[in-house]
Design a protein. Structure first.
Length: 222
């Protein structure tokens, strides 16, 4: 009998994680803790009740804290952390996809400085236009372009859309150098591709003068 009691005690005492014995012990300690607190507070002046209630409260508090620590042992904590990390990662992925859908629905992915560069934009619009027969257009507004680099990129979109409408087949891997070689036939066109490369890829390190933009404006649709 004593051996059986010792075996049960060891089984309960050394259980860890969210095992049934550990959970039951923790719940039992929490029950004793709350019951003793209620008994102590409701029997003010009755020392025969308050004293045992106090010791029960203190004992269940210590044992309950110890039980909680055993419940949330290292292995269990790691499992919970991994589980929560998976949830947060999935939420992050879904929020990211939702954000992209919202940005696309609002047309913000075509605005200045967002997403793919202008070359990818005109290729994507040409392909979309071929499938859905939509009209190609420049989604930007000239008056919104604050710097000369932005104005050059605007002119580039205008120019490329015009050439695509004329029948030019745009490939997504074409560089400004490739486009210059295939499309440019006059000085301003050569200048456009040269300056566009600076505007798009120099990160603002190379300045573009007003005179240069003035020359390129001849390529912009009226």
């Amino acid at each position: 009998m004593i051996k059986a009691i010792k075996k049960v005690y060891r089984y309960l005492a050394y259980s860890s994680g969210f095992s049934i014995p550990r959970v039951l012990l923790t719940v039992f300690y929490a029950f004793v803790l709350t019951s003793s607190a209620v008994a102590f507070s409701s029997s003010l002046g009755v020392y025969s009740v308050q004293i045992p209630s106090f010791f029960l409260f203190a004992g269940s508090l210590l044992l309950g804290y110890r039980s909680l620590r055993r419940m949330f042992d290292r292995r269990t904590t790691e499992k919970i952390t991994k589980f929560l990390r998976k949830i947060t990662d999935r939420i992050g992925e879904r929020m990211s996809r939702l954000g992209k859908k919202i940005v696309h629905a609002l047309g913000l992915d075509r605005m200045r400085g967002y997403g793919d560069d202008e070359r990818d934009f005109v290729f994507r619009e040409r392909r979309r236009g071929k499938k859905k027969k939509t009209k190609l257009y420049n989604p930007l507004y000239w008056q919104d372009q604050e710097s000369n680099a932005e104005r050059v990129r605007y002119i580039f979109i205008d120019y490329m859309i015009g050439r695509i409408k004329e029948g030019f087949r745009m490939k997504p891997d074409m560089t400004p150098f490739d486009l210059d070689r295939k499309l440019a036939s006059e000085g301003n066109e050569h200048l456009l591709f040269d300056v566009y490369a600076k505007a798009r890829y120099s990160g603002g390190r190379e300045e573009i003068g007003d005179d240069t933009v003035g020359l390129l404006e001849e390529l912009k649709k009226k």
